[in-house]
Design a protein around this ligand. Structure first.
Ligand code: DAH
Length: 344
């Protein structure tokens, strides 16, 4: 048994010396000094020895146990020290991790610019509901039920879910012009208002159309407002946004809520006027429909048309972003692809 004790002790010391981490050291402690450890088992055997042997073997075993315990303690301190020094050491030459810097989305930037220009011109900014009633989206804009102009605004109808409205009366707004009636009913002229917002139409999605699109509606109601004021405002705005050399063209058009109606075209900045898929090979991009507010619209909102008149316009803000940042496809702006978004 003496030999067994000495071998066990030597084996323990050898293993402890080679240990590289604290966890390994702990499992060694258990395997020698734990309840079923090798040394513990030897201690249990002592009771079977005769009294003479007991004393000598007992002393030897106690010494072995103490030595192993000392060795475990020494090693534990050694490991603790080396890990402490490891923590303190660091390499000053390793390049740091760059924090990610976010940027504003191209649409947000465009929108901010548009708002800045018009607030400078005295416009106040507001917004309104995307879930709108048929009344404000159509009727109040001089588009009664069965008016053919409704066909141009492929409308999403909403289940009224027991609200006090019959089916067809609640829709996703198709145009931010819907805010004209809401604002005119609330505030007294004179006023200049800008309404950025999202609209929805049941459209085939392509490079220049989406079923969801951003628009900024603007309108002014005051005394002595003329068509030339509208032209001047549009030209001022587009030249700040696209530079003094921007090419601008006006054409007549029809919207039931304006008379006369005006379509504004900007020389396509993507192809430089040569013709591309974005401008449908015309060299011009339709960017800002507008017109003089129809008296019916003013009267329905309770505005006295003998005294007040006004003009209104809509800016296709997604389209402006495309033309400004030379993006051929509107869908790129709604794709959350960081490789694209980081470029702005
Ligand atoms: N709301 C119209 C549309 O989205 C655009 C529009 C045309 C707005 C003429 C206006 C305007 O304010 O005067 O189709």
């Amino acid at each position: 048994m003496r030999e067994e004790i000495i071998n066990t002790k030597n084996e323990a010391i050898a293993q402890i010396t080679e240990t590289k981490d604290v966890r390994e050291l702990e499992s060694l402690r258990i395997s020698y000094l734990g309840r079923n450890g090798k040394i513990t088992k030897l201690i249990k055997k002592i009771k079977d020895l005769n009294p003479d042997e007991k004393r000598g073997v007992g002393n030897l075993l106690n010494d072995a146990k103490r030595i192993v315990q000392d060795e475990l303690g020494r090693k534990r301190r050694e490991l603790a020290e080396s890990s402490a020094t490891k923590k303190e050491w660091f390499d000053l030459t390793i390049p740091g991790k760059k924090p990610e810097v976010g940027t504003l989305h191209a649409l947000t930037k465009t929108l901010t610019e548009i708002i800045d220009i018009f607030t400078y011109l005295g416009y106040q900014v507001t917004d309104g509901p995307e879930i709108e009633t048929d009344y404000y989206n159509f009727e109040a804009l001089n588009i009664p039920k069965d008016h053919p102009a409704r066909d141009t605004q492929q409308t999403f109808y909403i289940d009224t879910m027991g609200a006090n409205l019959s089916f067809g009366e609640l829709i996703l707004r198709t145009q931010t012009s819907a805010m004209q009636g809401r604002v005119m009913e609330k505030i007294e002229p004179p006023f200049r208002v800008l309404v950025p917002g999202t609209n929805y139409r049941y459209e085939q999605v392509d490079a220049s159309h989406g079923f969801q699109f951003s628009q900024v509606e603007g309108f002014i109601v005051d005394e002595n407002i003329h068509l030339t004021d509208l032209f001047g405002t549009i030209e001022y705005f587009l030249k700040i946004l696209f530079g003094q050399k921007a090419k601008i063209r006006f054409a007549t058009t029809n919207f039931p809520f304006v008379e006369p109606g005006v379509d504004t075209y900007l020389g396509c900045t993507i192809c430089g006027g040569k013709g591309c898929s974005f401008c449908k090979n015309t060299g011009w991009s339709e960017i800002m429909p507008a017109g003089m507010i129809h008296p019916n619209v003013l009267e329905m909102a309770g505005v006295d048309t003998k005294k007040w008149g006004g003009f209104a316009f809509a800016i296709g803000s997604s389209r402006v972003a495309n033309l400004k940042y030379h993006i051929q496809d509107l869908r790129i702006l709604t794709t959350p692809d960081l490789r694209i978004l980081r470029q702005f």
